[in-house]
Design a protein around this ligand. Structure first.
Ligand SMILES: Nc1ncnc2c1ncn2[C@@H]1O[C@H](COP(=O)(O)OP(=O)(O)OP(=O)(O)O)[C@@H](O)[C@H]1O
Ligand SMILES: O=c1ccn([C@@H]2O[C@H](COP(=O)(O)O)[C@@H](O)[C@H]2O)c(=O)[nH]1
Length: 242
């Protein structure tokens, strides 16, 4: 009998999970049902034997740019944003534990009583052992975003692709939440995404992935089975290529 088990297109992935996606239909924070559903999608991919690193965002709890705009010191606001991603990381790990998934949280900021620090070699070892590694606190530096952290950690762990799981189902010619006439790209080059200033991801993240020849796939985390389809190499969302 031939083996008909679907084969993943990637051995190791870096999944960027939107913080705001964790809110579900709530106004802020973490919606228990939503996080369980997201973890179920991740579990399907883990069961294919794919090694998974996750960078979690913080927009559901705190985003540095808005408080800075009203006079708060930007770097201080950004550190608060990074701490928000640690809370999301812990919530995600707990939801994974309940789903029977073995994961570790590593933080780019030292808070060792709470989570272990980011150590690249250790993270890679965990991945090889089949554990999911959740990278919290972004890059550890203000003035950056968790999209850039995803590009950075993706390159560091030797991921074959960065998967940006967000609230929209791909990259559009303009923000689809503001412009209903915007159309979705099936694929787009890094150069074009940067030149068109497409705000779905920041330019630093696009540039880092382009330089490291690390493709990105943007897809909706709310579309059932979408993550698995991307991992199986099926057309889903928008592929950003070199
Ligand atoms: N050209 C575009 N195509 C698609 N989405 C776009 C575009 N321009 C802006 N967006 C917006 O970008 C958002 C996704 O990026 P955003 O950085 O806000 O979320 P995230 O990084 O996934 O979340 P978080 O910051 O909470 O972790 C979408 O919800 C969409 O409204
Ligand atoms: O490397 C980083 C990553 C994040 N921040 C701050 O955290 C918030 C939340 O991250 P999102 O990417 O928006 O989800 C972000 O707005 C920054 O304030 C950071 O400073 N450095």
């Amino acid at each position: 009998m031939p083996d008909t088990t679907p084969q993943p297109a990637y051995k190791r992935i870096l999944l960027k999970l939107s913080g705001e996606a964790l809110m579900g239909s709530d106004a802020y924070g973490i919606n228990r049902q939503t996080i369980s559903e997201i973890v179920a999608e991740i579990k399907e991919v883990a069961e294919l034997g794919v090694e998974i690193g996750v960078v979690i965002g913080g927009g559901n709890i705190f985003r540095g740019v808005a408080p800075a705009a009203t006079g708060m010191d930007r770097a201080t606001a950004d550190y608060m944003g990074m701490l928000a991603t640690v809370m999301n990381g812990l919530a995600l790990q707990d939801a994974m534990r309940m789903a029977g998934l073995n994961s570790r949280v590593q933080s780019a900021l030292d808070i060792e009583q709470v989570v272990e620090p980011y150590i690249r070699g250790k993270a890679i070892r965990y991945l090889e052992q089949g554990r999911i590694v959740i990278f919290a606190a972004g890059t550890g530096n203000p003035f950056f975003t968790t999209d850039t952290a995803a590009a950075l950690r993706g390159a560091e762990i030797g991921a074959q692709i960065v998967l940006k799981a967000t609230k929209v189902d791909g990259i559009y010619t303009a923000d689809p939440k503001k412009d209903p006439s915007a159309t979705r790209y099936d694929k787009i080059s890094f150069d074009e995404a940067i030149a068109r200033n497409l705000a779905v991801m920041d330019a630093t993240a696009f540039a880092l992935c382009r330089d490291q020849k690390l493709p990105i796939n943007v897809f909706s985390i709310f579309k059932s089975g979408a993550l698995k389809r991307v991992v199986l190499g099926e057309a889903e969302g928008t592929l950003v290529y070199c």
